[in-house]
Write a protein that binds this ligand. Structure first.
Ligand SMILES: Nc1ncnc2c1ncn2[C@@H]1O[C@H](COP(=O)(O)OP(=O)(O)OP(=O)(O)O)[C@@H](O)[C@H]1O
Ligand SMILES: [Mg+2]
Length: 400
């Protein structure tokens, strides 16, 4: 085994050299005088093991350990330090060290630790982990404690990784929702501005021809009437699609008007009788909040139409000083009846339910869907504070 010794005290390096002379298959391939030097020499020499002090100038041993473990995973690190606390040992393990020996017990433990490293095992100083005696069971106990300490470190590292992954996923889904809204708004405007305008122009051209209808043959006159009707239907359809993608009322007149317009149109298109109840003091909310509430109502009613079989639904939007509450209820056959017949319990959520949940969560709110035979209720509560602050912030920005 090729060993690099890193310690800023020459006397320690000399002592380690002498101690290892007694070990089997040990070769000291280099010495480093500080942490920085240890990292550089490790990269030059590719040792199997680095015996590393903690308190060293330039770069401390824990940092040096971290750097070496990152770039040279085949190199093991054995910490040799004056610090005899369990916390320091935990830090060493956290940095990626495989063994830990306190200088006060170096004479007794160093060779054992190096031999453990040769076998690919960890070594844990008995001075740091108190033992009942140095007999077999105590060794096993020390080994157990080492394994536990290592596990703890691994678990906390994984937990931190998971938290980071979850946070970035949240940022990503928030960004995706925002992009989806922007894209819908863009397509909606495009439909209105280009195709919508072209149809309006076409309709005007047809009405010019209409003025000279008497000059047309009977067949041409029929075709003219058909064309006029088709253009009217087409522009109505286009307007509905464009407004469902992004209702202009939402920007111009606010959530209340947009919801009234949407619910009325939905009832006409679907034949479902929807009762809409809005808090009298609903007022204007932040743009994010108005879009989120509108989309939750839109998606929930789409689900009522597609999945519930209900002929009635109720939408309620309430507001108090702290929050806006939302409830969409139907009298259909409930979630479980629609789901995967082989899976017990409620249906697997599709994009719709997950999207609603995420939108509400992005605003710090609470989303729930409850279902029984005979009813499904979607509820959401979104705190006002953040949204109002956002509105106030925007208003302040706009006025500057
Ligand atoms: N009001 C409801 N009544 C009965 N079943 C419902 C209701 N809402 C949702 N479901 C069930 O829950 C499932 C998941 O709904 P979700 O909106 O997430 O997805 P989806 O409607 O199937 O697809 P999409 O992603 O297009 O919305 C639905 O497929 C349906 O089986
Ligand atoms: Mg859906």
């Amino acid at each position: 085994m090729r060993i690099l010794v890193a310690d800023d005290h020459e006397v320690i390096r000399r002592g380690v050299r002498a101690l290892l002379a007694a070990g089997r298959d040990c070769e000291i391939c280099g010495e480093a005088v500080d942490g920085q030097d240890a990292v550089e020499k490790a990269h030059q020499l590719h040792p199997d093991l680095v015996i590393m002090d903690v308190s060293m100038p330039n770069l401390n041993g824990l940092e040096a350990t971290r750097m070496i473990r990152r770039s040279l995973p085949g190199t093991q690190i054995l910490i040799l330090t004056q610090h005899d606390s369990q916390e320091m040992m935990r830090q060493a393990l956290n940095a990626g060290a495989r063994g830990f020996v306190v200088k006060s017990s170096v004479a007794h433990d160093l060779l054992n630790a190096v031999e453990a490293a040769q076998r690919g095992e960890s070594f844990f100083d008995s001075a740091v982990i108190p033992q009942a005696s140095s007999s077999g069971p105590a060794d096993a106990e020390a080994e157990l404690k080492l394994v536990r300490a290592e596990l703890e470190v691994r678990v906390s590292r994984r937990t931190a990784e998971l938290r980071a992954a979850e946070a970035s996923l949240r940022v990503l889904s928030g960004r995706l929702m925002q992009l989806q809204d922007e894209e819908r708004r863009r397509i909606s405007r495009e439909l209105h501005d280009s195709s919508g305008q072209a149809l309006a122009a076409l309709s005007m051209c047809l009405s010019m021809v209409e003025r000279e209808r008497e000059k047309l043959s009977e067949r041409a006159g029929r075709n003219l009437s058909d064309s006029t009707r088709l253009v009217r239907e087409l522009s109505q359809e286009l307007r509905t699609i464009s407004h469902l993608l992004h209702p202009p009322l939402l920007d111009e007149a606010g959530l209340e008007s947009a919801l009234r317009w949407f619910v009325e149109g939905f009832a006409q298109r679907s034949g479902i009788n929807v009762d809409l109840e809005l808090a009298p003091e609903l007022g204007r909310l932040s743009e994010e909040m108005e879009i989120a509430i509108f989309r939750v109502v839109q998606e929930s009613l789409a689900n009522v139409h597609r999945h519930s079989g209900s002929k009635t639904a109720q939408v309620r939007v309430g507001r108090d000083v702290q929050k806006v509450t939302l409830e969409i209820r139907d009298q259909g056959h409930g979630l479980s009846a629609n789901g995967n017949a082989e899976a017990p319990g409620p249906a697997v959520p599709g994009v719709g339910i997950q999207g609603m949940r995420e939108r509400v969560r992005q605003l710090g709110g609470h989303f729930e869907i409850q279902s029984s035979e005979g009813a499904t209720v979607v509820t959401a509560a979104i705190p006002l504070l953040a949204a109002e602050t956002a509105t106030a912030g925007k208003a302040a920005q706009a006025s500057t």
